[in-house]
Design a protein around this ligand. Structure first.
Ligand code: ADP
Ligand code: ASP
Ligand code: MG
Length: 809
């Protein structure tokens, strides 16, 4: 025989309850079916009782909703006839009783634990009667007659031996389908209604399975099995095929709600496997929990967590001398029914920290202050301190004990993500490492661990994209095109969780679809710098990268804070890396300290691998002695275009029309852009330099940069004649103009140079860039990097490459 338990969601809707009928009726061997209350009803029963207690008449409408929900279910799933009539009588009688109890609570304004227990019992009593009629040939059993509890440490707990015997007696003759309400029980002495605690239907099923030596205990719920983490928190969680009893017990104890913790023990003792299945997907494999699981298991099987943790610290300078502190702590708490789920004690014995649920915190402090009142009075110990708003996380896996370095990796990963571990504990059995973090960091913590221990099928990098101009848009197109391939082939999921323009911004931690995202953005909430900062930091999302495709120094001003919050920065924007040296240095050192990245490869030479190459040279011990480069695509375009037919002013106009120059070409002609690039290169080569250190020799008189843009365009042709005269001379000498940036011996300069045929810069086509690096190793023949130095596509690709280097897949 088998025991099948169907949870609230499995009997919560017409569709699911009909699925239950199908699953049970397809069984060949006798089954005991345990059901919960219809989904959400237990909560509603409790809420209604609280309203009645508070004298709030709206309890009546809440009650009516409970009644209607059950009637509607019967109407939808039970065919007309005698059975239905009888069922309606039973249900109405139960609802009448319940109504009277609520009335009593309302009138007397008293809700004893006994009355509460009576009220919540109606959930399962109602649902089980409906399912018993729904399933062909099912016989209803009253679990109150054989599931017995008794008071232990102030709580109603299972009276195991008595229950065991009573269950065996109740099911001596096993019908094809026995239908049992879960959760409810009665006190062994008084016979009053009690229950097994919230989520207790799982336990009812397990107790029956153990007493009847079932071949299997099947727990049918609303997910595909026991998953690596709560799928409601971690979207990439997936079903675990097999778990040992120990692993399941550890995960359940730490909040994996899918199985009520006491459920595991009774069946574990009898070596009865538990199968977790999905009522909404009965053909899915589900999860088996048993003793002899396959050996090739991952070291970490799953993660679970308990939000609402309070850490109580018992401390004192002379605690070392106080005898039996730990025994007294635990006895005092146990005698008051307070359970402790984490203990951490340093070997100095000066303090012991214990984790309890928030709800138990005040009582726990009171009990402990009373227990140690004498020591506190003499100063041997301090009063208890409690820190609440925390969360406890556990990583679980029996194979951890065979794998060194798990704790190191765990705490290293958390540190790099800016997550502070407040307390931790690992038992010598090494099946569980648990630790306490700030509750606000829980989601991030779970995601980081899930991701870094490859519990997920792929690694996730969360991206905030700022700027949707030509480069930003091109990047979005490239991300959209590559994302499936990267996921499949590299196990990397690039998830865009925020997009911002200068005016609007949208954020979604579940990911933003890149299709028509620009339109979505145009219709999303207005945004400014403050909102951008608050949202990006406030989302507190793991493995995140802020990608700046703007040219705004205000946006660049946010990097420092982002890095401090462990958010990497990838900038196409030159503003930060070329700003004053101290700012540049601080950004780089913050990134290093926080274990995140600040990358800006596209600041110089668009997608060309210049900065990365320089870093590689330096890291391997080389020294950069000289940098010579043509770094302005616009200027190179201009000096390649200029000819007898195309005068200077016309080349500038063409550069603008063809999108090479900035909207105001004076930014290029003034050498400003090139100077910023040279400064960045020199700094990356290891030299301390400011923009003001760069000598500049311009080819357009200063007066052109002072007036308006219109005046500039009007006056520009006045330079043509002189340029043409000089150009002719240059041509006759077989030379060309190049705007060259140089750094050597601490001296930086930008100037228009004449280069002959033998010079590597002579043949530089179109708007290309070239850079020559003379180093100690590349001395006689400098290293040369050359190619497109501008353009949205190549720049976006360079940004993409920076993003990929952060993913490090
Ligand atoms: P039921 O009503 O069937 O008893 P529960 O709500 O008690 O269902 O338990 C199922 C829920 O447990 C899932 O919907 C899921 O959100 C949650 N859950 C938490 N941790 C896990 C986990 N590790 N694996 C699967 N589900 C989990
Ligand atoms: N109905 C009870 C609850 O919601 C028991 C259960 O569902 O297991 O807690
Ligand atoms: Mg449950």
């Amino acid at each position: 025989m088998k025991v099948l338990k169907f949870g609230g969601t499995s009997v919560g809707s017409v569709e699911s309850i009909l699925s239950v009928k199908k699953i049970v009726e397809a069984e060949k061997e006798p089954v005991v079916v345990v059901v919960s209350a219809l989904g959400g009803i237990t909560d509603k029963l409790i809420k209604t009782s609280k309203l009645a207690l508070a004298g709030d008449l709206s309890y009546q409408s809440e009650f009516d909703e409970i009644a209607v929900r059950h009637h509607q279910m019967i109407e939808a799933v039970i065919p007309s006839g005698e059975n239905k009539e009888r069922l309606l009588e039973t249900i109405d009688a139960l609802l009448d009783e319940l109504k009277s109890i609520y009335q009593g609570v309302y009138l007397i304004r008293d809700l004893s634990p006994k009355t509460s227990a009576a009220i919540v019992s109606y959930g399962e009593r109602l649902s089980s009667n409906i399912v018993a009629v729904l399933i062909d040939g099912a016989k209803w059993f009253d679990s109150r007659t054989f599931i017995k509890t008794e008071i232990k440490s102030g709580r109603q707990l299972l009276a195991s031996d008595l229950t065991h015997e009573l269950v065996k007696q109740a099911f001596v003759d096993l019908p094809k389908v026995s239908l049992v309400p879960g959760f409810i029980s009665t006190d062994a002495d008084s016979g009053e209604v009690t229950n097994l605690g919230r989520g207790g239907s799982d336990y009812t099923a397990s107790i029956i399975a153990a007493a009847l030596d079932a071949s299997f205990l099947e727990i049918w719920t609303d997910v595909d099995g026991f998953m690596t983490a709560d799928p409601k928190v971690i979207s990439t969680a997936y079903t675990i095929n097999e778990l040992s009893y120990v692993e399941a017990m550890e995960l359940c104890n730490f909040g994996a709600k899918v199985v009520y913790p006491p459920t595991i023990y009774p069946v574990c003792v009898k070596n009865i496997p538990i199968l977790i299945k999905n009522t909404f997907n009965p053909s899915g494999k589900g999860t088996v929990i048993k003793s002899d699981i396959a050996e090739d298991q991952k070291p970490i099987k799953g993660i679970s967590s308990i939000n609402g943790t309070t850490l109580i610290t018992v401390s004192g300078l002379s605690m070392v001398g106080v005898i039996g502190v730990n025994r007294r702590i635990f006895s005092a708490l146990a005698n008051n029914g307070i359970s402790v789920f984490l203990v951490s004690q340093a070997s100095s014995e000066n303090s012991t920290s214990i984790g309890v649920r928030d709800a138990d915190a005040d009582a726990a402090c009171e009990v402990l202050n009373a227990e140690f009142s004498k020591e506190i009075e003499t100063g041997a110990m301090y009063r208890m301190t409690a820190e609440s708003g925390l969360a406890t996380v556990a990583i679980v896996g029996e194979n951890m004990k065979h794998t060194p370095g798990i704790a190191g990796k765990l705490f290293g990963t958390l540190g790099r993500s800016g997550i502070n571990v407040i307390a931790c504990a690992q038992g010598a059995s090494e099946t569980n490492i648990s630790f306490v973090v700030d509750g606000l960091f829980l989601r991030k913590t779970l995601n980081v661990i899930h991701d870094s221990f490859f519990l997920s099928e792929y690694q996730v990098l969360n991206l905030f994209l700022c700027g949707v101009g030509t480069v930003g848009s091109s990047l979005i197109a490239q991300l959209a095109q590559q994302s499936e391939k990267l996921k499949k082939e590299r196990g990397l999921k690039l998830k865009v969780v925020g997009i911002a323009s200068g005016h609007n911004a949208m954020f979604d931690r579940e990911g933003i679809s890149l299709e028509n995202c620009r339109e979505q953005l145009a219709h999303s909430a207005p945004s400014d710098l403050n909102r951008l900062r608050d949202e990006v930091i406030g989302m507190n999302i793991f493995n995140s990268v802020f990608v700046d495709c703007t040219a705004s120094s205000d946006v660049a001003g946010l990097y420092q804070e982002f890095l401090e919050h462990n958010i990497s920065v990838v900038a196409a924007n030159k503003a930060a890396a070329s700003s004053d040296y101290a700012t540049y240095q601080k950004l780089k050192s913050t990134a290093r300290q926080r274990g995140v990245k600040f990358l800006f490869e596209t600041n110089v030479g668009a997608g060309l691998p210049i900065i990365r190459t320089m870093n590689d040279l330096l890291n391997s011990g080389d020294k950069i002695l000289k940098i010579e480069a043509v770094l302005s695509g616009t200027l190179n375009f201009i000096f390649n275009k200029i000819s007898a037919d195309v005068p200077f002013s016309e080349t500038v106009r063409l550069a603008k029309e063809e999108g090479y120059s900035e909207p105001d070409p004076r930014v290029d002609l003034s050498g400003k852009d090139v100077i910023r690039k040279l400064v960045i290169l020199a700094r990356e080569a290891g030299y301390r330099i400011e923009q003001s250190d760069v000598e500049k020799h311009l080819f357009v008189p200063d007066s052109f940069f002072r007036g308006t843009l219109d005046e500039f365009w009007k006056n520009l042709p006045s330079l043509d004649a002189d340029f043409e005269r000089r150009r002719k001379v240059l041509e006759s000498e077989g030379k060309r103009w190049r705007f060259v940036s140089r750094y050597e011996n601490g001296k930086a300069s930008v100037e228009l140079c004449e280069v002959g045929r033998e010079h590597p810069f002579y043949t530089l086509e179109g708007s290309n860039n070239i850079i020559l690096l003379t180093t100690e190793r590349y001395k006689e023949y400098p290293m040369q990097i050359q190619g497109y130095g501008a353009g949205a596509g190549v720049t976006a690709a360079g940004v993409f490459a920076d993003i990929m280097s952060i993913a490090n897949v």
